[in-house]
Write a protein that binds this ligand. Structure first.
Ligand SMILES: Cc1cc2nc3c(=O)[nH]c(=O)nc-3n(C[C@H](O)[C@H](O)[C@H](O)COP(=O)(O)OP(=O)(O)OC[C@H]3O[C@@H](n4cnc5c(N)ncnc54)[C@H](O)[C@@H]3O)c2cc1C
Length: 511
């Protein structure tokens, strides 16, 4: 069996790796006890059977089951070894052997590097068929970049609770920090749908890096472009596109994030500027930001008519501003913050729009924000599929692949349909915006509601397919559940969007 499997991969192994692995393998094999012998062979065979022709596309993607710092595709080798009861040394050898095999295979078949990395052939056709050539090319390039440059580091960052600054630093050269910023300000704007595709592809591998892009473009750059003065645009937009200025949106308060009209934070007019008081919680990227998009009330009696928007560099605030960790159970690599203002002075030119005019600014920002969050949810839903499909075709129970069981197939079918329904809503919303329908609030709510629920349900179904292993650190799928769930809260909870959709449908609310 081992020889057969060796023959299957021999075309892909370099002479060096074959010799190295073989010698190394011989030494290790002799040390394996009789009891483990047959299990070992079965599992080694399983490791090698995996990158066969049927999984050619999977191989090019490395099928990063663990998504961790391991070389591509090696997480499963380790899992195989552990399940077979191999020692650490033997498992290490197995991992090396598989790594060599994958590299050998990859180089033999793709000497110029991995080609296009499809999500799965059938799904790819559905997702791509009505995109322009440029949009298809953006998807291909961003996916390849995300899989090569971001994905291999995500799990390690989560475990080390480390903000991914070095990954974010790679975004500007790809034009990924300014997809909604026009060229005149150094951005790479082409169309709104393309922006959605970028958010989808980056979110498919990392929640946090995708969040950097969407907060910067939808909430911050979008608000500056729509409501900012020329000076504010010149001050911030080129820096955002170049990656010199990271953005943070300070909206949610300890008293609640849904009822923003009732916010407690205040802005009091003083000579030359404003004094800000209040606390914001759950704030992403705050500790690294060079731009705060802040909302505070100039008159709390007036509820939403008192809400006022500000943009400023938090590093220029001399006193009264403190940023501390906001402890989270998940997304530890995002380093969410609590931002506390106590008589913090910000100058007059920080005002965005008019005093008391912040609610429409917030509405417009969240409208685009919901589009990008919905696109991110599609990416996450897709990722759950990407992980679950090969696992279902590899894992065996009762002498057959679990993908052959009807109940597993039903989950797969529902995951596919959910992802595609969400993608259709998101792409149509992008096209509506590209067609000049500036605000499409009902459609934004529909896209955000359906796609966030699709991401959560796909993570749940994906976990079920992985069984108990979904709860181990070896596999990414369990982490995706909490990350998807957090997207059901951000930019409006499901309850809020249900309410908005119903009110639009009933004619109680107008676009
Ligand atoms: C990972 C993560 C990152 C985040 N990043 C940011 C960020 O960068 N900036 C930022 O400002 N915020 C951020 N948030 C906060 C997020 O926007 C809020 O969690 C969200 O707005 C909901 O607010 P809340 O948690 O206070 O819930 P609440 O507003 O207290 O709501 C609690 C529950 O009551 C329901 N509810 C409220 N009103 C109604 C109603 N009228 N009818 C029916 N049900 C209702 C809600 O739907 C929810 O289920 C982040 C959150 C997470 C989890």
């Amino acid at each position: 069996m081992l020889l057969l499997e060796f023959r299957a991969v021999a075309g892909g192994l370099s002479a060096f790796s074959l010799r190295g692995c073989f010698l190394h393998g011989l030494t290790s094999l002799f040390s394996i006890s009789q009891r483990l012998f047959s299990t070992f062979f079965r599992n080694v065979a399983g490791v090698f059977r995996w990158p066969d022709a049927r999984h050619g596309s999977a191989l090019s993607r490395g099928l990063p089951l663990s998504g961790g710092p391991e070389p591509e595709g090696c997480g499963d080798a380790v899992a195989y070894g552990r399940r077979a009861g191999l020692s650490r040394a033997q498992t290490g050898w197995l991992r090396e052997l598989r790594e060599e095999a994958i590299l050998g295979f990859s180089h033999a078949f793709f000497p110029d590097g991995a080609p296009e990395t499809p999500m799965s052939e059938s799904l790819e056709r559905m997702a791509d068929f009505d995109l322009s050539d440029e949009q298809r090319e953006v998807r291909r390039t961003v996916r390849e970049f995300a899989e090569k440059e971001i994905l291999p580091h995500v799990e390690r960052h989560e475990q080390e609770e480390r903000y991914p600054s070095e990954l974010i630093a790679k975004l500007p050269e790809m034009g990924l920090l300014g997809p909604m910023i026009p060229e005149q300000y150094g951005g790479s704007f082409s169309d709104v749908l393309t922006y959605g595709i970028i958010c989808e592809e980056i979110a498919r591998v990392d929640w946090v890096v995708a969040s950097v892009i969407s907060v910067a473009n939808s909430l911050c750059a979008g608000s500056l472009l729509n409501f900012g003065t020329d000076a504010q645009k010149e001050t911030f937009l080129p820096g955002i596109a170049k990656g010199e200025i990271l953005c943070s949106a300070c909206l949610t308060e300890p008293g609640g994030g849904t009822d923003l009209g009732n916010m407690q934070s205040t802005a009091k007019k003083v000579d030359g500027g404003w004094l800000i008081n209040g606390t914001k919680v759950f704030i992403s990227h705050a500790a690294h930001a060079g731009l705060f998009f802040l909302v505070a009330s100039v008159d709390r009696e007036k509820k939403h008519k008192g809400v006022t928007a500000f943009v400023f560099d938090p590093r220029s605030v001399e006193s009264g501003l403190s940023i501390s960790d906001f402890p989270m159970r998940t997304l530890k690599r995002d380093k969410l913050s609590e931002v506390h203002f106590e008589d913090a002075f910000i100058p007059d030119d920080a005002l965005l729009g008019k005093p008391g005019g912040g609610f429409p600014i917030l509405g417009a920002a969240l409208d685009t924000g919901r589009f990008s969050v919905a696109a991110r949810c599609v990416g996450q839903a897709q990722r759950c599929l990407d992980l679950a499909l090969p696992y279902a075709m590899e894992r065996e129970a009762f002498g057959q692949k679990i993908g052959g069981f009807q109940m597993i197939q039903q989950k797969v079918a529902e995951m596919v349909c959910r992802t595609e329904q969400a993608r259709l809503l998101v792409y149509r919303l992008g096209r509506m915006k590209d067609a000049g329908i500036g605000r499409a609030s009902m459609e934004s709510s529909m896209a955000k509601l359906c796609s966030s629920q699709a991401a959560v349900q796909n993570a749940l179904d994906g976990m079920q397919i992985f069984g108990g292993y979904s709860c181990t650190q070896e596999y990414e799928i369990g982490r995706l559940l909490m990350e998807a769930k957090s997207l059901e809260f951000g930019e409006g909870t499901s309850e809020l969007h249900n309410r908005l959709i119903a009110e639009f449908a009933l004619g109680i609310r107008k676009q």
